[in-house]
Design a protein around this ligand. Structure first.
Ligand code: ZN
Length: 247
């Protein structure tokens, strides 16, 4: 609830200057190159909450299977819980992310970036709680611990660049960074250094790149300049109904 305290004035002015709807390539927080798949699982951002963080997630449904429509169905509350044994573990979950980047680089958008998607859950970054309030969540189709496709890095780099032009993003972090006790996505198979290179960001925007590239075992700090959280295959999920669900 207090996630936007501190610097609200700056945040509001920054948002006024960089609101997504005013940028080329964006319309009311929707990124034009993405295929739209509107989700009902969203709400308003708190007043004055500028988007300063991008949270990266990984998801596959069923876990380890790629290319189906189960992720879209989950994010739009149309998943058949009986269609696979795993779905029983997430039955009733109502979650969303702003974006999904598929294995082939196709991008889907579920929630306007001007709105609050339900991906990070209980979370904290740089001392601020409730990352959903002030972040954009990007799901990468994949499995924790596994590698991601070159097409995904390429598309993600372009998407992050577009986000950085439209919103005052300062950091990119993984779900594993903003909720280190609950979440492990996108996991050690995600190459932060490669993302940094593809996004062509200053290194100080991407603090996670150093430790991740060095193979550090401890949770790494995320990237400077952006970050998000989405449904993962892990067992720790926050059920719907609360004010701060996660995937
Ligand atoms: Zn996640």
């Amino acid at each position: 609830m207090a996630a936007t305290e501190g610097g609200a004035g700056h945040a509001a002015s920054a948002q006024a200057l960089t609101q997504g709807g005013r940028q080329d390539g964006w319309q009311d927080g929707w990124w034009r190159p993405a295929a739209r798949c509107p989700s009902p699982n969203f709400g308003p951002r708190p007043s004055g909450a500028a988007v300063e963080l991008v949270v990266l997630h990984s998801i596959s449904l069923p876990p380890g299977e790629y290319g189906g429509d189960a992720i879209e169905r989950l994010f739009t509350n149309r998943l058949d819980w009986e269609a696979h044994p795993y779905y029983g573990q997430i039955r009733g979950l109502q979650v969303s992310a702003h974006f999904l980047v598929r294995r082939d680089g196709a991008v889907l958008q579920f929630v306007s970036c001007d709105q609050r998607a339900w991906h990070a859950g209980v979370s904290q970054w740089r001392g601020r709680d409730n990352c959903n309030d002030w972040s954009i969540g990007i799901e990468l189709e994949g499995l924790e611990g596994e590698c991601f496709e070159p097409a995904q890095y390429q598309v993600l780099g372009g998407l992050l660049a577009a986000i950085a032009q439209a919103y005052p993003v300062r950091d990119v972090a993984g779900h594993e960074h903003v909720a280190p006790l609950r979440k492990r996505d996108p996991g050690p198979g995600f190459d932060w250094a490669r993302l940094l290179a593809d996004a062509r960001w200053p290194a100080h925007w991407c603090a996670a790149a150093g430790p991740a590239a060095a193979g550090a075992a401890a949770p790494q700090p995320p990237m400077r300049r952006d970050g998000a959280d989405a449904p993962g295959a892990g067992p720790a999920v926050v059920r719907s109904g609360g004010p701060n669900p996660a995937v």
